[in-house]
Design a protein around this ligand. Structure first.
Ligand SMILES: CC(=O)N[C@H]1[C@@H](OP(=O)(O)OP(=O)(O)OC[C@H]2O[C@@H](n3ccc(=O)[nH]c3=O)[C@H](O)[C@@H]2O)O[C@H](CO)[C@@H](O)[C@@H]1O[C@H](C)C(=O)N[C@@H](C)C(=O)N[C@H](CCC(=O)O)C(=O)O
Ligand SMILES: Nc1ncnc2c1ncn2[C@@H]1O[C@H](COP(=O)(O)OP(=O)(O)OP(=O)(O)O)[C@@H](O)[C@H]1O
Ligand SMILES: N[C@H](CCC[C@H](N)C(=O)O)C(=O)O
Ligand SMILES: [Mg+2]
Length: 426
């Protein structure tokens, strides 16, 4: 990765380092320092020093962490800020965007340190007032966000994911909490029993516990309608986004924009109404039969989505990613069994694992269920679900959202849940 500052190349790759460039050393690449020197590199700086080489103070950086809801909350903030007339950049799982235009496609949720600096630099060159970014647990642990000063840090929730990487749930929780331990202004979900944070400069939102942005009532009749109080004043907003979890995401977005812009809440709520949601998150693909795709790929994410359809007969199609947290698989099976009438277990990016074995892991969490089918081919699994559907049912295809490929070994094959569903409209 390269970053250009005042015509000078900064790199984190020893193979790109030479007599004219600066090698930025971090925990990730310190083992290659000697090779950078051997390539003639004369200036080596620590990653913590990078912030002294470029001034990022003219842009407000908003960072969002949490197990679920980062992409949705980030997109809502981006949309409100754009609607209010600001220039904004957005960086996350779905790519890098500046002022409503996609500049880069899907890559890491949070790029490496030089990547973050390069994107922020580009946003500044485009006159952006705000840089909204998702902050993954990998990024916190690998110090990819080293040197960034946040105008606001937002927490959505901490449940479980990525234990393939963090090994224990305690370590995962500690990594997430470490993002919130300094005195940077921060916005916390007060209903999360796990989060620990430095309360200095803390703001909070919630549905259950007391907080600065407290949802007092909501209804899902003809859309989602939310009322909340802020220091005794009542405000409201509406949205077409379904599910209680989206009430959290939208409340967080409204509060974040309020804290960082100080605009009146009624203006912010009005701007939110233009936000139509994120592609592949709770997206209704067709209504006959009712079929929805969602990116839920953790036990908690699945439970939130499935709970939102308790008045329907749920036909749930899902799998679990290969080379990722193995222990979440039976828990995902258990959640599906708790809420769904029919379950079709299938493949979701098996990567370097045997898809049959991944499915075995999921099935371990499903005991004595009346209706569980295994269909390793995701196309066929979606077809079966759509054929089974009737007017009382909802087909929920989970885990891939708007991903455009199925990853088998290191090859990516074109695949879209939405397109597969659309082949079987009645
Ligand atoms: C597990 C993981 O996070 N791995 C990341 C890690 O890989 P690594 O340490 O093995 O990388 P490496 O290839 O040894 O390179 C390390 C450093 O040495 C340098 N290098 C390398 C070779 C050399 O000869 N000389 C040299 O200087 C490289 O330029 C790099 O700076 O560091 C690399 C860059 O420094 C990342 O690209 C890589 O992400 C991989 C691709 C990945 O898939 N990560 C996923 C799991 C991830 O981070 N996901 C999160 C969360 C997803 C979500 O929930 O949304 C994300 O933020 O996307
Ligand atoms: N606040 C929330 N609480 C629980 N589940 C949620 C929440 N928001 C979204 N979800 C569920 O999690 C899925 C992923 O949402 P989103 O993409 O916003 O999260 P993310 O944190 O960016 O995930 P990732 O780390 O994989 O990029 C959604 O499709 C939905 O099923
Ligand atoms: N950002 C997450 C997305 C997982 C989505 C699911 N489709 C999978 O491949 O496991 C990850 O890379 O772990
Ligand atoms: Mg994301």
């Amino acid at each position: 990765m390269q970053l250009i500052i005042n015509n000078r190349v900064y790199t984190d790759n020893s193979n790109e380092a030479d007599e004219n460039s600066v090698f930025v050393v971090s925990k990730q690449n310190e083992k290659f320092k000697d090779s950078a020197i051997a390539n003639g590199c004369k200036e080596i700086i620590d990653s913590s020093e990078l912030k002294n080489h470029i001034d990022l103070s003219s842009i407000k950086i908003i960072g969002i962490t949490g197990t679920n809801g980062k992409t949705t909350t980030a997109a809502a903030i981006y949309s409100i800020l754009l609607d209010l007339g600001y220039k904004v950049a957005l960086q996350g799982t779905r790519g890098f965007f500046i002022n409503d235009e996609r500049v880069e496609d899907y890559s890491l949720t949070t790029p490496v340190q030089l990547g973050n600096f390069a994107h922020i630099q580009k946003a500044m060159q485009n006159g952006c007032d705000f840089f909204v970014m998702e902050v993954s647990s990998h990024a916190i642990e690998q110090k990819r966000i080293e040197g960034l000063e946040f105008a606001l840090k937002i927490h959505t929730n901490i449940t479980r994911d990525h234990l393939d990487y963090h090994k224990t749930i305690e370590e995962y929780i500690n990594v997430k909490n470490s993002f919130l331990s300094d005195e940077t202004p921060k916005l916390i979900n007060k209903d999360d029993p796990i989060v620990k944070y430095n309360s200095k400069n803390g703001f909070a939102y919630s549905l259950e516990n007391p907080s600065t942005y407290k949802v007092t009532a909501y209804s899902f009749k003809n859309g989602t309608h939310v009322m909340f109080s802020h220091f005794g004043e009542m405000h409201s907003f509406s949205s077409n986004m379904m599910g209680i979890f989206n009430v959290y995401n939208l409340m967080a977005a409204v509060a974040a924009v309020h804290i960082t812009t100080q605009k009146p809440l009624n203006e912010i709520c009005e701007a939110l109404e233009g936000f139509a949601g994120v592609s592949g998150r709770m997206e209704t693909v067709c209504t006959n039969p009712l079929a929805i795709v969602d990116f839920a790929h953790t036990p908690d994410g699945m439970s939130e989505v499935l709970k939102s359809f308790n008045e329907k007969e749920i036909i749930c199609v899902f799998g679990a990613g290969g080379d990722r947290d193995k222990l979440k698989r039976p828990l995902m099976g258990q959640v599906a069994a708790q809420f769904a009438k029919h379950i079709i277990v299938t493949s979701d990016n098996p990567r370097n694992e045997d898809p049959d074995m991944i499915i075995e892991d999921i099935l371990k969490g499903i005991k004595n269920h009346q209706s569980v089918q295994v269909e390793i081919n995701r196309k066929e699994a979606i077809k079966k679900a759509m054929e089974m559907a009737n007017e009382n049912s909802v087909v929920l295809v989970l885990g891939k959202g708007d991903e455009a490929t199925q990853i088998i070994y290191d090859k990516k094959f074109p695949f879209s849940d939405k397109e597969e569903i659309l082949k079987h409209i009645k």
